[in-house]
Design a protein around this ligand. Structure first.
Ligand code: GUN
Length: 309
């Protein structure tokens, strides 16, 4: 069997086409486009790329996307002051503080900063009130990556109700909200993590397996029930040729590109899993583009809710 590839890039394109006229309609009605402020603190190569992609997507759908940069040397007070200014801004409907934050800000910086974002502008869905509403199944802004995965499963006609779902990873950004969204849709949900004994056997029970561990190639064929849907949230960069050759055979286009660039983006799921799975999201081109598309959806939603009050 060779798994059906679930093309997140194509779905993200369709979502952008759906949202663009709605953004234009919002701008016509309210005399301004929805505004999205993205805060980037310090220097982080991966964050630079993610933020650039988010800003471009915002521009493409017709938002006002504003980048607010703070230097590596900024204090937590500087960052909290910036968030306070954006909370009070009339033109910004969404605020996203890109993580990770510089280590120098302290271990609890991320939670202190996310806690400070106005819940109605929290397009990441990370503030405690919005998380609580999600736990209770009430309408709220929901974290973009799990929201994108639900959108993908729905539009691809992959049933969730009554199925067994297994999530590897218990992060606030992906694992926990993913579990809640699947539970709300009547899946039987297991959350696995680094201390789960016999991880492969637990995962093999799943009809829907979501891998969000940050460990390249952790999920092999032994983790996958034949015909299962496998969603790969991993974004891992490989720079070692010997490792790259464990992923793709000589002559494979991905390996040829590795030779040109000296690096390669891979997921948590080894490509051999396609021999066993029924459906599989690729990396790149799977969950990543959907996360950005859902950020656009959340920002429009936040803008509409603010305009209605
Ligand atoms: N860093 C990696 N993913 C995310 C995300 O979804 N939101 C924010 N704010 N930072 C991230």
């Amino acid at each position: 069997m060779s798994a059906r590839i679930l093309d997140g890039q194509a779905l993200a394109g369709r979502l952008r086409e759906e949202i663009t006229p709605q953004v234009a309609e919002f701008a016509r009605r309210h005399g301004r486009p929805p505004g999205l402020a993205i805060v980037l603190v310090g220097q982080n190569a991966a964050s630079e790329i993610y933020v650039r992609n988010k800003l471009k997507a915002g521009r493409d759908v017709g938002f006002r996307p504003d980048l607010e940069r703070l230097p590596e040397t900024a204090s937590l007070a500087d960052l909290l002051a910036l968030v306070a200014r954006l909370n009070g801004s009339a033109v910004h409907d969404g605020i996203l503080v890109q993580s990770p934050l510089p280590k120098g800000l302290g271990g609890d910086a991320a939670s202190r900063v996310f806690d400070a974002i106005a819940p109605e502008k929290d397009v990441d869905g990370f503030t405690p009130g919005n998380v609580g509403r999600l736990v209770q199944g009430r309408p709220t802004l929901v974290p973009c990556t799990p929201l994108g995965i639900i959108e993908l499963l729905t539009r691809e006609g992959i049933p969730v109700a009554g199925r067994r779902a297994c999530i590897i990873g218990r992060s606030e950004i992906v694992g926990k909200p993913m579990a809640l969204l699947l539970l709300q849709r009547d899946a039987t949900v297991t959350i696995c993590h680094s201390k789960t004994p016999d991880l492969a056997a637990v995962c093999r029970e799943a009809d829907i397996l979501v891998a969000a561990t940050g460990r390249a190639g952790l999920v092999t064929k032994a983790f996958v029930k034949p015909g299962a849907t496998v969603v790969d949230v991993g974004m891992n960069t490989i720079t070692d040729l010997a490792v790259a050759m464990q992923w793709f055979p000589e002559g494979h286009p991905r390996l040829a590109r590795f030779h040109e660039r000296g690096s390669m983006l891979v997921g948590d799921v080894h490509p051999d899993v396609a021999d066993v799975a029924g459906a599989l999201t690729p990396v790149p081109g799977g969950v990543g583009p959907l996360t950005i598309a859902m950020l656009m959806m959340n920002t429009l939603r936040a803008a509409r809710a603010r305009a209605a009050t």
